[in-house]
Design a protein around this ligand. Structure first.
Ligand code: AMP
Ligand code: TRP
Length: 343
């Protein structure tokens, strides 16, 4: 249960480090829209450009990808009037609180993060310091809003546990009850969308094979082709969940269908159990095209007016800073930093 002392506030972020995938949409953005529309929360959604540069980004690509991500948010149903929509670098309090958290978090905590281990690989000596400190900045993104709820895909669970550890250590060290212990929101039928080529690997924008993922900018033909060629097994679909055990590719396609159609996997199997993939794949392709084509069309329309996107982000940053500046100042006060005075 969240602490009634804090305003119910949602924060989440996505890296503008490449195009959006179906994994981002079902695991994250679709949930962002739900939380915006269900009411009862203030919602803040962020393009985390400072996180993106923890690995090399070509500057022109970073600019384009940030605007495209913003277009993806809006095309999917994030309303910049209802939600605060920002890019991280325009709200300096993220990086400022991030520094304080670099001094709260311990090296050992960071070294245990699986995303760090995966991304740095064997060559960690050559990874950026920013990549190692990534989770402390992520904690700052969340806590600089005193956010109470964070919708994410399954892969971010460990980072959110670390966010709670940082909040708890800060509160303990300074003997305050200042930062909330944020609740992760990892829900829905597709919290972990897998590669279409290998059911043991996450669908990712960085997968070398484009056939492994559905991009939010793919056209109807590309979507249909990728689903037709998706790896499956020769068995028919089961009518109950336990029949998906040991069949990761089948499970993945059923989960994708369920999430796109706002159903549970159980409900989907009740309808399609007994069918062969030769029959199910075209159903999935039709559903995916029906749900995704309007979003990619709207993204293309928005991308044709980048000035309008830039205005939305500037306005979002202004609204965000009304929340973040007082929380950062209060943090500095707690830490003992002398404030500026009127001259
Ligand atoms: P990223 O693209 O790594 O910045 O991820 C942004 C958001 O999308 C995070 O909440 C991730 O957990 C989520 N996400 C990314 N890939 C997937 C996936 N394959 N399945 C479910 N959620 C995902
Ligand atoms: N680490 C997240 C990812 O790669 C992105 C992110 C950065 C984020 N800051 C965040 C997600 C704050 C939720 C809340 O997917």
């Amino acid at each position: 249960m969240s602490d009634p002392k804090f305003t119910p506030r949602v924060f989440s972020g996505i890296q503008p480090s490449g195009g959006l995938t179906l994994g981002n949409y079902l695991g994250a953005i679709k949930r962002f829209v739900d939380m915006q529309d269900q009411g009862g929360f203030e919602t803040v959604y962020c393009m985390v450009d400072l996180h993106a540069i923890t690995v090399w980004q070509d500057p022109a690509d970073l600019t384009k990808n940030t605007r495209e991500l913003c277009a993806g948010f809006i095309a999917s149903g994030i309303d910049p009037e209802k939600s605060i929509l920002i890019n991280q670098s325009q709200v300096p309090e993220h990086a400022q609180l991030g520094w304080v958290f670099n001094c709260v978090a311990r090296m050992g905590w960071m070294g245990r993060m699986t995303q760090w281990k995966d991304k740095a690989g064997k060559n960690s000596e050559n990874a950026s310091l920013g990549l190692f400190g990534y989770p402390a900045l992520m904690a700052a993104d969340i806590l600089v809003y005193h956010a109470t709820h964070v919708p994410v895909g399954e892969d971010q669970k460990q980072h959110l546990e670390l966010t709670r550890d940082i909040a708890a250590k800060f509160n303990h060290d300074y003997k305050v009850d200042f930062f909330p212990l944020t609740e992760p929101v990892i829900e829905g039928a597709a919290t972990r969308v897998m590669s279409l080529r290998d059911g043991s690997k996450k669908m990712s924008k960085s997968d070398p094979s484009d056939m492994a993922r559905i991009n939010m900018t793919d056209d109807a033909d590309a979507i249909a082709k990728k689903i037709r060629k998706a790896k499956t097994d020769p068995e028919a679909l089961p009518s109950e969940i336990k029949g998906l055990e040991g069949r990761p590719e089948a499970r993945n396609l059923v989960n994708i269908y369920a999430a796109l159609n706002d159903q549970s996997a159980e409900e989907v199997l009740r309808d399609v159990g007994g069918r062969q993939f030769g029959e199910f794949k075209p159903m999935l392709a039709d559903l995916a095209v029906a749900k995704l084509a309007p979003i990619s069309g709207e993204m293309a329309r928005l991308m044709a007016a980048p000035d309008e996107i830039d205005r939305i982000l500037t306005r979002g940053a202004e609204r965000a800073r009304a929340i973040t500046a007082p929380i950062l100042r209060k943090t500095y006060d707690i830490v003992g930093m002398v404030p500026p005075v009127a001259l």
